[in-house]
Design a protein around this ligand. Structure first.
Ligand code: NAP
Ligand code: HSE
Length: 430
């Protein structure tokens, strides 16, 4: 057996402690599988006195994780602190500069600085591994980069945030309110330190940008992702979705269009009979469309200590074996720079919920705005009759261009009889 792979870990929270537990539990098996043991020589976090449920034994402790990345006698630095900038970025840069491999679960860092970090790693001849940054325990980076590496991919989409999927699932099944379910997801260790990153769609957008980089061999363009979160998804919309034969999911979708690369994260209504509609709780799923493989579906737990540690350790095992494919599937000099396909050019069907005064002429005004923009209606629902009072009216359109939909919505939102901003959810026929 070869000498151990010496590892330094920065950050010992949910994921960091999970990695130590996994190596302690499965170390023998891992050593056999990669021909050398994984050996944690140093750890760094803020509070040395905190009980993390793991024995640190003789592992060297650093109060200053950045110093650890520079000084520790380790071949690999694992960054599990989080944050797009600050100490996480400095640790990765310092480790690469000193010729150490880097493993990280930090999607915010990768989405914002992944291209620059990968260039630096390539120049130094070290690995930058990030399997845990996307879709928790699903080995999707490896699947896209290696397993499906022979294909031209045209689209990838999926449920990329476990917290949001958990919230939407529990709201649908129990009718509980958003804030209550979010607090539960935080207790379970699913949410980011700032849960706004989850519920506002930003975490899913980070992951989508990374996946698009791997899938399409392009520079990561987080700034080009259209992002909407789930805060405005109400129990009423969840009920209407059920009635119309849909489920509401926060999806990330990246696809090549005639205008360039479209990247979008937003709540979607998906037909209840599609597989993705049945991906529930903290589970994530990714679907890839390849020109030879067809449609490939991957599903697994998207957050939490165990699944994330599983992905971090898989990266460590690749490094231990000397398995080092290009960070984004092609050498950095060969990455494509693709134009962004603007959201205004997106074509699809729309669910629109209006809160209107129940009086004659309201629907005529609404449909006139749609008619003038050539938006065709598939169906319309109004439950009950309460003359002079507020009632919900739900419209479902045929596929239309987003620019036309937006113009019609601006006009509809300005009608005196429409009492709240229209609620809009895109319908995805997957
Ligand atoms: P966490 O539980 O909040 O743990 C963060 C760790 O970083 C803590 O141990 C903390 O130290 C340490 N830390 C924070 N600031 C530090 C500093 N200035 N210097 C040294 N150490 C510092 O976070 P987590 O959930 O494990 O997430 C870690 C990373 O994994 C993030 O990038 C996250 O996005 C990513 N991720 C998380 C999950 C998940 O399910 N949780 C899944 C996939 C990816 P103390 O413990 O001493 O306070
Ligand atoms: N907060 C993230 C989620 C953790 O809920 O999906 C996994 O990346």
């Amino acid at each position: 057996m070869k000498p151990p792979l010496k590892i330094a870990i920065a950050g010992l929270g949910t994921v960091g402690a999970g990695v130590l537990k996994l190596i302690a539990a499965n170390g023998d098996l891992i050593a056999k599988r990669c021909g050398r043991p994984l050996f944690v020589v140093a750890v760094g976090a803020r509070d040395r006195g905190k009980d993390r449920g793991v024995a640190l034994g003789a592992v060297k402790w650093y109060d200053d994780a950045e110093r650890m990345a520079e000084e520790a006698d380790a071949e690999v630095v694992v960054e599990l602190i989080g944050g797009a900038d600050g100490i996480a970025k400095r640790i990765c840069e310092a480790a690469i500069a000193r010729g150490r491999h880097v493993v990280t679960a930090n999607k915010a860092l990768l989405a914002n600085h992944g291209t620059a970090l990968a260039r630096a790693a390539e120049a130094k001849g070290v690995a930058l591994c990030y399997e845990a940054s996307v879709a928790g325990g699903i080995p999707i980076v490896k699947a896209l980069r290696e397993g499906l590496g022979a294909n031209r991919l045209s689209r990838i989409y999926g449920i990329l945030n476990g917290t949001c999927n958990y919230i939407l699932t529990v709201m649908r099944k129990t009718g509980r309110v958003f804030e209550d379910v979010l607090a539960e997801a935080q207790k379970l260790g699913y949410a980011e330190a700032d849960p706004g990153l989850d519920v506002d769609g930003i975490d899913a957008a980070h992951k989508l940008a990374i996946l698009a980089g791997v899938a399409f061999g392009t520079e990561i363009r987080f700034d080009a992702v259209h992002v909407e979160g789930i805060r405005h998804v109400s129990p009423l919309d969840i009920e209407y979705a059920k009635e119309l034969g849909y489920r509401i999911k926060l999806l990330g979708i990246a696809r090549l269009t005639e205008h360039g690369l479209e990247q979008r994260v937003h709540p979607c209504m998906v037909p209840v009979e599609t597989p993705i509609a049945h991906v529930e709780d903290v589970f994530n799923a990714v679907v890839a469309d390849g020109n030879f493989v067809g449609n490939a579906v991957f599903e697994g737990r998207g957050a939490g200590a165990g699944p994330t540690a599983s992905a971090v350790v898989a990266d460590l095992m690749d490094i231990a074996r000397g398995d080092r494919p290009p960070t984004f599937g092609v050498p950095m000099g060969d990455l494509a720079v693709l134009p962004t396909s603007p959201m205004e050019r997106h074509r699809g069907a729309y669910y629109i919920r209006l809160m209107v005064v129940d009086r004659p002429g309201v629907i005529a005004d609404v449909t006139a705005a749609l008619r003038d923009e050539q938006v065709s209606l598939e169906s319309m629902l109004q439950r009950g009759r309460r003359p002079g009072e507020m009632v919900p009216v739900v419209l479902v359109t045929h596929p239309t261009e987003e620019a036309a939909m937006n113009r019609a919505l601006r006009r509809i939102g300005g009608l005196g009889s429409v009492l709240e901003s229209p609620r809009v959810i895109r319908i995805e026929e997957l």
